[in-house]
Ligand binder design. Structure first.
Ligand code: NAI
Length: 342
């Protein structure tokens, strides 16, 4: 890459109060000045990139062909995603326009695995309901019965960084852990005492199913009417990966038919414009999300699995390091670049 002289200004989209301090800290001394924008990046807002050679984007920005074309026209050569997922970027268009794309492949898999388990414990022991009850001085226990995780079976789909850590935590509870992955890691499974199991058998046998695969054409609607029908009655479903892994309509139908014990979601099919926003004074337009929020046995968090100090600091460090390397004309950090072949 050609060298850029002087401090580099980097437009930063969908900025929130909780990520700014980490980026300001890492930007200082690295020659990077972040320009924080609260609005999201899309074709409509791409003109705000001005003459900056790089932009910093997040999960709900829309880097489609039109947006990338406008970024390229204003001189952008690098998109730095401050997240692991990259399904929001048209990678083919980026490559054709000469824009390189980097991400933060792993910041704290512990943060997400721990959140998945926090959701499971909350759902099972009805903490969300108990919390509200006692605040109203209702100390009744009716309807709050959970089950011991010890001795039950968990089925984890995807044994990458987050799935493996989740499996290890659940083993600590004394659960039997079944796992499924297109690329099984047998030596890890033997070491941890977990069992690779065909997905259909995993769904049939598990009391808890937790999703840990990326969103790809193969995993889109992995959980649908057919696969929901295979799950144990009263099983819990936990999704901290991507909303598109679940067919929301089929999920609502299964919940209405009382086919599931409960569902915990940190991600949702249509997060854009809703997740990360304060809509408490607005009217929620998404009827499916409103329906989900109405079930007593559904728990939703707003894509906060990554939200720990350790993860935010690591995201800021890796992103800023890549931008500094662009400034210095050096190679980007190994393993962070995404191309159409990813
Ligand atoms: P990873 O890349 O380490 O692991 C993903 C695993 O899924 C791999 O082992 C892969 O072989 C497997 N896989 C891919 N397609 C599959 C299929 N069709 N069936 C079964 N297994 C399949 O990813 P990592 O770091 O464990 O993250 C998992 C997902 O978590 C990410 O893709 C992302 O969507 C999500 N995530 C969510 C966050 C949150 O804040 N809620 C934060 C970070 C990641």
């Amino acid at each position: 890459m050609t060298e850029i002289s002087g401090p580099m200004k980097v437009p930063f989209y969908d900025a929130k109060p909780y990520d700014r301090p980490f980026f300001v800290k890492h930007g200082e001394g690295q020659g990077i000045e972040y320009l924080f924008h609260e609005f999201r990046l899309s074709a409509d807002t791409a003109a705000s990139a001005g003459n900056c050679p790089a932009v910093c984007a997040f999960v709900n920005d829309t880097l489609d062909h039109a947006c990338l074309e406008r970024l390229a026209a204003s001189g952008v050569r690098l998109v730095a995603l401050r997240c692991a997922g990259f399904n929001q970027v048209d990678l083919k268009a980026a490559a054709a326009l000469g824009i390189r794309v980097v991400r933060v492949p792993a910041y704290s898999p512990h943060a997400v695995a721990e959140h998945a388990v926090a959701l499971l414990l909350t759902l099972n022991r009805k903490i969300h309901r108990a919390y509200n009850r006692v605040r109203e001085h209702n100390f009744s226990l009716n309807g709050l019965v959970g089950f011991d995780l010890h001795g039950r079976t968990a089925g984890l789909i995807g044994t990458g960084k987050i799935g493996k850590l989740t499996a290890q935590i659940l083993k600590g509870f004394g659960m039997e852990v079944l796992v499924s992955d297109v690329y099984p890691d047998e030596s890890w499974a033997i070491e941890q005492g977990v069992t690779y199991t065909p997905i259909e058998e995993l769904l049939r046998r598990s009391d808890v199913v937790s999703l840990h695969t990326p969103l790809t054409p193969e995993t889109h609607y992995l959980i649908n009417a057919r696969t929901l029908g295979m799950m144990k009655e009263n099983a819990y479903l936990v999704n901290t990966s991507r909303g598109g892994l679940i067919d929301t309509g089929a999920l609502i139908e299964a919940l209405k038919q009382r086919r599931l014990g409960g569902v915990a979601l940190d991600v949702y099919e249509v997060e854009e414009g809703v997740f990360f926003e304060d809509l408490s004074h607005d009217v929620l337009q998404d009827d499916d999300l409103a329906r989900l929020l109405g079930f007593p046995n559904v728990l939703v968090t707003s894509h906060q699995g990554f939200l720990t100090e350790e993860a935010l600091s690591e995201i800021a460090r890796v992103t800023t390091e890549n931008l500094a390397r662009l400034v210095r004309g050096e190679e980007l950090l190994a393993g962070t670049e995404v191309t159409p072949t990813n």
